[in-house]
Ligand binder design. Sequence first.
Ligand code: KIV
Length: 276
Amino acid sequence: MKKFTVTSFQNAKDKGEKISMLTAYDFTTAQLLDDAGVDSILVGDSLGMTMLGYETTLEVTMDDMIHHTKAVVRGAKRALVIGDMPFLSYHVSVEDTIRNAGRFIKEAGAHAVKLEGGIEMVDKIKALVAAKIPVVGHIGLTPQSVNMFGGFKVQGKSAEQAQAIIDDARALEEAGVFAIVLECVPSELAKKITDIVGIPTIGIGAGKDCDGQVLVIQDVLGMYQGLQPKFVKRYKETGLDIIEATKAYINEINEGVFPAKEHTFTIKEEVLEKLY
Ligand code: KIV
């Protein structure tokens, strides 16, 4: 089994092969996705919404991220694991950024980190790369800026906005990121950026011309009941399966069907007779 590494990202783009990425937040899911052959697992701060029930990602802490990233790393044998830096873990200072990113690598065993933002993040990215921490950029709709954007909206529809996103992509490449997530931008803009930069682009709501795709696993499995953006494709309705299985379990308990003989331990009759 050949591990998917940071250099595999670039090799894939150079050979015109697509890169698959999914989020995961726990050991069991990571193991299943890894067995299925996904190239990379992102421990996204989307776990704030999918696992912890917050309305946005803003409440997520470094300790939350480290806890979940450790579990994913234990489950992923081939996939490259990326830890998502949470809100305010890389905004205050370069020193803070290195310390927090370092925790993903040293404590959790992640292979790389992701952070949101463009030109304004260049000094932090350069410092991380100098510290030998591989970085993925994230531009377009950056959910940690939801309050600045006034909601979760498609970005880059005007010429001015689109040019700013292209400038951000160029700045990120120049700063040393090894891939860029493009979220919720028009597909034509994503294609243009994919052609301009030499590093891989990973799209989410950015059309089919990106070098790879990422989605949130709860969306792919049809488990998350909250906000469903247009770009989500639900490959299964696992949420409905869970409800159905739970109802069957409850009914069987009530009807005395479960546990059956095959789920039950016994002792010998003569042992039972000695009991008083
Ligand atoms: O947090 C996350 O899951 C993400 C992806 C949606 C790109 O940032």
